[in-house]
Design a binder for this molecule. Sequence first.
Ligand code: BG6
Length: 477
Amino acid sequence: MADGGTGASLFVIFGGTGDLARRKILPALHQLHLQGATGGDSVVLGVARDREMNDAGYRALAREADGGADATRSEVAAWAEHAIHYESIGAGAPDDYVRLRARIEQIETDYGLAGNRAFYVALPPDAFPGTITGLGEVGLGRSEGWTRIVIEKPFGRDLASARALNDLLHRYFSEEQVYRIDHYLGKETVQNLLVFRFANAMFESLWNRDHIEAVQITVAEELGVERRAGYYERAGALRDIVQNHLTQLMTLVAMEVPSAIAADPIRAEKIKALRAVAPIRSENVVFGQYVGGVVDGEAVPAYHDEPGVAAASTTETFVAVKLEIENWRWQGVPFYLRTGKRLARRLTEIEVKFRRAPVWLFRQAGCEDEIHRNTLLLTLQPDEGFSLLFEIKAPGQPFHLRRQPLRFNYAEAFAQIPDAYQTLLRDLFEGDQTLFVHADEVEAAWSLFAPLLDAPRDPRPYAAGSWGPAEAEVLEA
Ligand code: BG6
């Protein structure tokens, strides 16, 4: 059976001792286990190179990885004792995969599992091909139950490498078995975009060029590159955030109404929206790189001076790009995507600016300067929710207008918002690919940015703690 089922399974984590496994995957599995959302009594197998590690050591690591409340700790510990195992993959030679396969089959026999398997490849991208081939060559691409493979980002570093990775995956796995992660799609507020648009007829009827003047999508980070220069120097903001997270948000805003809220129709509409984006003109892109400064009274280094960064690096830490979507819905409506590290504050937001009133009746009342547009702000982080900005009459005289928000805040309305990884892993157990990226989608996103990827960079400097280079403002003029 290729897919489609739930049921108890074996969850294999490649990179089992790594940062992502500790910070995100294991805590998400704990939570899903506590909620009974793993499709049955699921078992975990951590896989890494470390030959010294064993079941007991890995269970200790898994217990530590749990960030949950004390009340749940003993339950998690009991589960870890019972259901978490470790296997070394050594150097990843063919024999190592034969050994891994034998261990998987042994665990399945011990636990009476039916052969449902999830392989989570939480490894650096240069280890993806070897792992996929290793699994495929020993026949782990198929089983008696369902087999699913999860691939972390970045999925390739350009169109050619993404295609090669898709071809390799498809040699051993069908597309229905492949779950490409973009963790933004697991964020509750990102999913809410679908509800916002398609459950509220009021907005959907305004969602087009007749009523919308511009859309701006921002992923601003306060942090710098941290300790990730090794990866970031080769990636830069375009590959790290624009090609994936920002493009995903853009397609969810721009896509047509799908025929159903299900993986295939939604992914088909997202791909259509992506393919409708006009080739990007070089004058519509601004690259930036942060220089040092003082943020909140603390000196922060320039990107150049971060550990592991080349002194003459031209890697961009900021991108602003204007996209034009050539279809009936969006012709003439600019979509501005922008992202940067070391910006003024952490903020992920979609701003939909509606057109101004066609005739400004309040001019006679002296309200010349107050021609605002209704604006919808969908905030994804840190304060999840939305505001709709309206003009109102400020009380008293002289007559003047004020812009006031109608607000909805998730945290005020709901006690807890699940972590993105929890949402995505729950869907993985259920075999629902809606929030995962299709092969064609990832390729279309790389094609869109292809002309910019290796173009020479002369990033504009911007001060740490600012909103990016001044040139980016001009883009919007
Ligand atoms: C990751 C990027 O995909 O997303 C990081 O590699 C970035 O550079 C992170 O910091 C941002 O994620 P979030 O969920 O904190 O907005």
